[in-house]
Write a protein that binds this ligand. Structure first.
Ligand SMILES: Nc1ncnc2c1ncn2[C@@H]1O[C@H](COP(=O)(O)OP(=O)(O)OP(=O)(O)O)[C@@H](O)[C@H]1O
Length: 329
């Protein structure tokens, strides 16, 4: 491991490296990932500290506390878990300019690592983090959702409303996710629920306003607003999304039969679904969603109330360590 630069940098500064681990991610598999990473850190004499989450929302609280404790000094906060964990760490850290966020994939979906080209293997992702700390961190865009009560939720992968939000809600509360994770088939859980819910979902009419321009969609299945291409455990929902371009990419699936949507689904893993006339692709900086009846929403796969809802891009809002720099994305 090339960690000499890292150690040298640390000798000159009070920079800190902290890990926030979700021991429940991928049904407990994440702990094995962490053990491996922890062993490597110890073997290489790399100074670090670590905390495990104890409940939903804890990673966000820990990130906020650590960011404040750092008192303005540079803090590298590495989420070890799935997309829910990186979502929470990023939300806790985002208002603290001294925090740089990293990620070691230990969840079932890990779309953040796909979208930011972080290695799947924990040892490789740790190497990428140490290299990133020594040589480069980059500022990534994030999306911001403003709630009626003035609170804000940020997303780093994507947000959405409609069928996809319903699926992620069902997946997250199901026992099936755990069972499939045990069988190393966790990434198929979204596909399974998609097929299961397909025959009962009630579509809605959507009014989407992007940067002041209105678009109407009859009988819409879902809308996804993406900062990077992947969601749902490897589906390339928004092939053109780029977390460094200051733009949010919008995908709307509408006016399509229940059978044909299966073909859209079959093609989404390679991003070929955008060729369907029932898939509309748009982009902009501010997106608002109204629907004929309230539809569930999510941010980075975590449940988030229901429509109406709106999101804006915050360009270059958070420093991230992704190993390869922007060019890697
Ligand atoms: N100690 C804990 N006990 C129960 N739930 C937790 C705990 N720590 C975190 N969580 C919650 O677990 C949920 C899932 O975490 P995460 O998304 O990281 O893993 P995953 O679902 O396996 O991966 P992915 O989202 O990539 O599919 C999140 O909503 C998070 O808030």
């Amino acid at each position: 491991m090339n960690h000499e630069d890292f150690l040298e940098d640390k000798a000159h500064s009070r920079e800190e490296l902290k890990f926030i681990i979700n021991p429940q991610a991928k049904n407990g598999f994440c702990l094995k990932v962490w053990k491996k990473v922890e062993q490597m850190l110890k073997e290489e004499n790399i100074p670090f500290s670590a905390a495990r989450t104890e409940y939903q929302g804890h990673a966000r609280e820990l990130a906020k506390i650590y960011a404040e404790q750092a008192g303005g000094q540079r803090l590298y906060l590495v989420a070890v878990g799935g997309d829910g964990t990186v979502h929470e760490v990023m939300n806790g850290a985002v208002s603290h300019r001294n925090v740089t966020v990293g990620f070691i994939p230990g969840g079932s979906g890990n779309d953040f690592s796909r979208g930011f080209r972080i290695p799947k293997d924990p040892a490789e992702s740790l190497k990428a983090i140490l290299k990133g700390i020594s040589h480069s961190s980059v500022k990534a865009d994030i999306g911001m959702i403003r709630h009626i009560d003035g609170k804000k939720t940020y997303f780093i992968n994507n947000m959405g409303a409609g069928f996809d939000a319903l699926i992620s809600r069902k997946v997250n509360s199901s026992k099936m996710k755990g069972i499939l994770n045990q069988l190393s088939l966790g990434k198929f859980v979204y596909a399974l629920f998609l097929v299961k819910e397909l025959f009962t979902y009630k579509c809605s009419d959507l009014e989407i306003v992007i940067d002041g321009k209105k678009f109407d969609f009859d009988s819409a299945w879902f809308i996804t607003i993406s900062n990077q291409p992947f969601y749902g455990g490897g589906m390339m929902i928004s092939p053109d999304a780029n977390p460094f371009d200051g733009i949010l990419n919008v995908t709307v699936v509408h006016n399509i039969s229940r059978i044909k949507i299966l073909f859209v689904f079959a093609s989404v893993f390679k991003g070929r679904h955008i060729a369907f006339k029932e898939v509309t692709v748009l982009q902009g900086q501010n997106v608002s969603i109204r629907s004929s009846h309230p539809i569930p929403a999510h941010a980075d796969g975590e449940a988030l109330g229901s429509s109406p809802i709106s999101a804006s891009v915050c360009p270059e809002a958070i420093p991230v360590i992704i190993g390869n720099g922007k060019d890697g994305c």
